[in-house]
Design a protein around this ligand. Structure first.
Ligand code: TXA
Ligand code: MG
Length: 314
């Protein structure tokens, strides 16, 4: 059992001693350790059962810290930082020697971001090192958006859970990298790519579907409930599953009495905020399978579709 509390000073003491703390962010809860201490970082991989070829994001208290850990930072990164840090944006930048290879899985670039949550920012301001933190879920399962989600699944493996309430955004950060004059999006996330349009003439969405260790990115099957999940048009999918006990995860409409509606008013931010918590509820319920509705492919709908598609992948 771990301790759950709201004291960033206790959390700071735990990570400073080389142990794991679960941290709230605006996106999802993270499983954090001192990014500069390889022994502590190994504990993250072990607790999550995460393969070492899948690199970690480092978290810093503000964008002025980027220069401590990254070099050759392009002008556009500074502009993005000014607008979106803190916020649900992660940037891939050339790493400096000080960042252990374990954190980047041997890659020359490190993923870095400034999380937007007062408790975690207070924690980061008290310690003299960045926090490496993946989402605080067992590898491949649904990401946690409350302290209780973390406790349920990793409770025995984390010394302290910093409880910052339910995560506001609800899906992971958007990950971008820079290539000459192209802004490359590697993960669709809590910052809609429409928000990035003013910053680059060319934006390329390059979502990696493979599990090739040389090209880390998102695995095809991820964010998955234990129950089978089908993704697409609810009516068509329901027709094809007659006789089965079905739960529906919908955007706005109540399809049957076992429907969880993500946002009755059609607000994608509200839908993203509820997504992972509702998936967990349906996974714990007594339906045989979950049918999830496809969202419009704009704004946060893109990130929601991405998560549901991976949740549906075998
Ligand atoms: O919102 C978030 O980003 C959350 C919170 C806790 O900050 N973190 C998160 O971490 O989602 P994680 O580990 O679950 O996902 C990180 C993704 C992985 O798909 C990983 O492959 C990619 O970022 N990544 C990390 N470092 C990378 C690098 N150096 N090069 C390419 N991809 C990288
Ligand atoms: Mg994750």
């Amino acid at each position: 059992m771990s301790t759950i509390g709201t004291d960033s000073t206790t959390a700071a003491a735990v990570v400073s001693a080389g142990n794991l703390v679960a941290i709230p962010t605006e996106t999802v809860y993270g499983l954090a350790a001192n990014a500069l201490d390889t022994k502590a970082v190994i504990k993250i991989f072990e607790a999550k059962n995460r393969p070492f070829f899948d690199p970690l994001i480092i978290h810093v208290p503000d964008a002025s810290h980027f220069e401590k850990y990254c070099s050759n930072i392009p002008e556009i990164a500074y502009k993005l930082a000014e607008k979106f840090c803190p916020g649900p944006l992660t940037m891939l930048l050339d790493k400096k020697e000080i960042v252990p290879d374990l954190v980047t899985s041997g890659l020359p670039q490190v993923a870095i971001r400034v999380p937007k949550h007062p408790l975690t920012l207070a924690l980061l301001q008290q310690i003299g090192f960045p926090l490496a933190a993946p989402s605080a879920n067992p590898f491949g399962y649904i990401s946690p958006t409350t302290a209780a989600h973390v406790e349920e699944q990793l409770g025995e493996k984390v010394a302290y859970i910093l409880d910052g309430g339910p995560c506001e955004v609800g899906v992971e950060s958007t990950i971008v990298g820079f290539e000459k004059d192209i802004l490359v999006v590697y993960r669709l996330g809590g910052l809609a790519i429409e928000e990035l349009y003013p910053f680059a003439d060319k934006i390329e969405i390059r979502i990696n579907q493979s599990s090739d260790p040389k090209a880390p990115g998102q695995l095809k099957s991820h964010y998955a409930p234990r129950k089978p999940l089908l993704f697409g048009n609810v009516e068509e999918l329901t027709d094809a599953q007659k006789g089965k006990k079905i739960a529906v995860l919908s955007y706005q409409k109540k399809y049957n009495e076992h429907t969880k509606v993500l946002s009755p008013s059609g607000d994608m931010q509200e839908a993203a905020h509820n997504l992972f918590a509702y998936m967990r509820e349906l996974d714990a319920g007594d339906a045989e399978l979950i049918i999830a509705e496809r969202f419009p492919d704009t704004f946060l709908g893109r990130a929601i579709n991405d998560r549901l598609e991976r949740a549906a992948a075998k």
